[in-house]
Design a protein around this ligand. Structure first.
Ligand SMILES: *Cc1c(COP(=O)(O)O)cnc(C)c1O
Length: 395
């Protein structure tokens, strides 16, 4: 027991409680999926990033079991020491082949991939141009690099180009989510690629919510838009149903990160079992049936840009209230509040997956309408076209 820490903790916790911002854990008693059990009750789950319904898929479980028998549970060391296995190497070859790049490098999470890659590639004297709604892991990677960070208004290519003109630097890169995690809209990747090329800046794209969801073969928004980024980051933990992160690009990029990225060098390697499961997931993504099912459900829900459909509710209190109403009706849709989203933009973040049914979505839409949330909130349907204020979030 630390009296000192308890004293320090009590005031911020009381403030969070008062502002409806305190967060709580809720353990699942079931595998994650379209239906989950919490506290003995089955709920239809619209809050996971398991977009293709693969997290508890029998084929992934089987692949993990086989690797567990072959390699054991823990990796025992970082990859550069003795934590590397044939399962890691095999997955990296599969990722490079899937993404159509020379090479791929695994990280222990998407978060670690962004932080490790940005901090390894950039430093003092460099300038990073970062979208105002970028994910926290990109923001943290930019900060940790000690490059100068210039935040540009969300999706605003014209403003970005002016900033590129005004901010010279040794090395420069534009850093962006492909699909924005809490809004579900898309970065204007084609225009960003053109601007980067014009100004000799690299394009660093995080495909966390697009891998497996967008593109003719599920490679993401870059594939859909025909854009080749300089650095392509993805996660194995969302549509791929497993765990871990990766960076795809040239062989030189892989070699540099292997030698320089601190989140890779100073952390134990991923367990072989999660690598084997992710490799099986890539094969299922290639096969394509889950993505086609997801496309149908997205259309029914009106989620045009991605599998994410935000219902804006303003205050944290409002978001909690509507979330509780949905829970009463057997629907699990967690409220998303600051600091995950900017002040005054608390929301329900609905994520549809290939494991849902059209009945699930019909039920969700009916309950949302009954609660008044849909009409009251000017649901933005994620076309990616809307003009939105370029307010900085956590930036
Ligand atoms: C979830 C997420 C990450 C982090 O990926 P993890 O594998 O969960 O650590 C990175 N970037 C974006 C945009 C994300 O939404």
């Amino acid at each position: 027991m630390s009296d000192l820490i308890d004293t320090w903790a009590s005031e911020p916790l009381a403030t969070l409680e008062r502002e409806s911002l305190r967060r709580k854990l809720e353990p699942l008693e079931s595998p994650v999926g379209a239906r989950v059990r919490i506290d003995g009750r089955e709920l239809i789950n619209f809050s996971s990033n398991d977009y293709l319904g693969l997290a508890a898929h029998p084929e992934l479980v089987k692949a993990a079991h086989t690797a567990l028998d072959a390699h054991g549970v823990g990796a025992g060391a970082s990859r550069l020491v003795v934590g590397d296995t044939t399962a890691h190497q095999s997955l990296e070859r599969a990722l490079a082949s899937f993404e159509g790049t020379e090479a791929a490098l695994l990280f222990n999470s998407g978060y670690a991939a962004n932080v490790g890659a940005l901090a390894a590639l950039f430093g003092p004297g460099d300038v990073l141009f970062s979208d105002a709604l970028n994910h926290a892991s990109l923001i943290d990677g930019c900060r940790l690099s000690r490059a100068r960070v210039v935040v540009y208004p969300h999706g605003d290519v014209e403003a970005l180009e002016s900033l590129l003109r005004e901010n010279p630097g040794r090395r420069r890169a534009v850093v962006t989510d492909a699909v924005f995690s809490m809004d579900g809209d898309r970065a204007p990747l084609k225009a960003l690629r053109e601007v980067c090329t014009r100004h000799a800046a690299a394009l660093f794209v995080d495909e966390a919510h697009a891998t497996g969801v967008l593109g003719a073969t599920g490679r993401g928004l870059c594939e859909l838009e025909g854009v080749t980024p300089d650095v392509h980051v993805g996660t194995l933990s969302k549509a791929l149903g497993s765990f871990g992160g990766f960076v795809c690009g040239s062989t030189a990029l892989r070699e540099l990160l292997l030698n320089r990225a601190r989140t890779l060098i100073f952390s134990t390697a991923l367990p072989a079992a999660v690598c084997a499961a992710a490799e099986r997931a890539l094969e299922l993504v290639r096969e394509g049936s889950a993505r086609r099912n997801l496309d149908t459900l997205r259309a029914q829900l009106g989620a045009k840009s991605s599998a994410i459909f935000p219902v804006m509710l303003g205050s944290a209190e409002n978001a909690l209230r509507v979330s509780a109403e949905l829970r009463e009706a057997g629907l699990l849709v967690k409220a998303i509040r600051p600091p995950t989203v900017p002040e005054g933009t608390s929301r329900l973040r609905i994520a549809v997956t290939a494991a849902h049914t059209t009945d699930d979505v019909t039920q969700l839409l009916a309950v949302l309408e009954r609660s008044g949330a849909v009409r009251a909130s000017a649901v933005h349907t994620g076309t990616g076209d809307e003009e939105r204020a370029g307010v900085g979030r956590r930036a």
